[in-house]
Design a protein around this ligand. Structure first.
Ligand code: NAI
Length: 270
C-alpha cells in the first residue's frame, strides 16, 4: 500500500544486483511511494542483465558506475542531473564486497591488496559519492543519504572478517560527512544497521545460516527482512525524519539491545 511518502522526490539507488538485494527491494518501494529514480551498479553487475527488469518495473534509467572510479561517479551525477533537470533528494548506497571473504582468507591472514580493494568498494566509495555530489551540488536542500551497515562495526563477530573494520569506517564517514553536508545544505546522512539478510553479499559470509538463525532467536521481533529495510529507508528519505542525521540506526528487531533470550538459553540448558 502506498502512502505517497516520496511523492515528487528524485533519487539514485546504488547496488541492485538481483531481486533479493536490499537495493532492489528499496527501489521498488521508493517508486511505489511516488519517487522517480535512477538505478546504478558496477558495469560487471549490469552485464548480468537482471537490473534491466527492475529498470522496466521502475521506469528508471540505468547508468553504470564502478564506485571505486571517480570519473564514473561524476558521470553518473552529471547524467542524473540532466535526466531529472536538477539535483536529487535521496541516495541509497547499498554496496558491499569483501575480497578476502571471497577468497576464503581468515581475519588473521588477510591479503592487504585485497583489503584495500574491499575498503575502496565498501567504505571509501561512500566518501567518493558524497564528495562528488558536494562538489557538483547534486543533492537538493534537506536531501537524505542512507548507507547499509552491520552490527559487527561495534561488536566482534568472528566470521565477518575485514568487513567489520570497513563498516566502522563507513559509519565514521557518515558522521564526518554528515556534519559537513548538514552545515552546507541541510543534507542528512545516516546508516541503517540491518539484520542478517539472505542476499548475494550476505550469503558470502561463512556460517551465515547459523548466524541468521541465532540472530532470529536473539531478537524480540525476529530478524528484519530486506522488505522491512526498504520500508525503513523510505521513511529516512521522507520529510518525516528531517532532523535525523549522522546516526547509525539499528534495524534489527532488537538484536543489538538484547543480552540473551529464553530461546537461546533453551538451546544451551542441559
Ligand atoms: P547484494 O550482493 O545484493 O548487493 C551488493 C551490491 O554491491 C551489488 O549490487 C554489487 O554489484 C554492488 N557492488 C559491488 N562492487 C561494486 C562496485 N565496484 N561498484 C558499484 N557497485 C558494486 O547484497 P546486499 O545484502 O543487498 O548488500 C547491500 C548492503 O547491505 C551492503 O553494504 C551490505 O554490506 C549491507 N548489509 C547486508 C546485510 C546482509 O546480511 N545481507 C546485513 C547488513 C548490511
Amino acid at each position: 500500500m502506498s502512502h505517497n511518502l516520496l511523492k515528487g522526490k528524485k533519487g539514485i539507488i546504488f547496488g541492485a544486483l538481483d531481486e533479493k538485494s536490499i537495493a532492489w527491494r528499496t527501489a521498488l518501494r521508493c517508486v511505489e511511494e511516488g519517487a522517480e529514480i535512477v538505478l546504478t551498479n558496477a558495469p560487471f553487475a549490469i552485464r548480468m542483465g537482471e537490473i534491466n527488469q527492475l529498470a522496466a518495473q521502475c521506469n528508471a534509467p540505468v547508468i553504470p558506475a564502478d564506485v571505486t572510479n571517480l570519473e564514473d561517479i561524476e558521470n553518473l551525477f552529471i547524467k542524473t542531473k540532466e535526466h531529472f533537470k536538477g539535483g536529487v533528494d535521496f541516495i541509497l548506497h547499498s554496496i558491499g564486497m569483501s575480497v578476502n571473504l571471497r577468497k576464503g582468507n581468515e581475519y588473521t591472514n588477510l591479503n592487504y591488496d585485497f583489503m584495500q580493494k574491499s575498503v575502496d568498494i565498501s567504505a571509501i566509495s561512500f566518501h567518493k559519492i558524497l564528495q562528488t555530489a558536494y562538489k557538483l551540488d547534486a543533492i537538493n536542500e534537506w536531501g537524505s543519504v542512507v548507507a547499509l551497515s552491520f552490527i559487527a562495526a561495534h561488536l566482534a563477530f568472528p566470521n565477518y572478517n575485514e568487513m567489520a573494520d570497513i563498516k566502522a569506517m563507513l559509519e565514521s564517514i557518515t558522521r564526518s560527512f554528515g556534519y559537513k553536508y548538514g552545515m552546507k545544505k541541510k543534507v542528512r546522512i545516516n546508516t541503517i544497521s540491518q539484520s542478517p539478510t539472505y542476499t548475494t553479499a550476505g550469503q558470502g559470509i561463512s556460517g551465515f545460516d547459523g548466524f541468521t538463525t541465532f540472530a532470529e532467536k536473539m531478537s524480540p521481533l525476529g530478524n528484519a527482512t530486506a522488505d522491512n529495510c526498504a520500508e525503513f529507508a523510505v521513511t529516512l528519505f521522507s520529510d518525516y525524519t528531517r532532523m535525523i542525521t549522522m546516526q547509525n540506526i539499528f534495524h534489527d528487531g532488537g538484536f543489538s539491545s538484547t543480552g540473551v533470550t529464553e530461546a537461546v538459553i533453551a538451546t544451551l540448558d542441559k
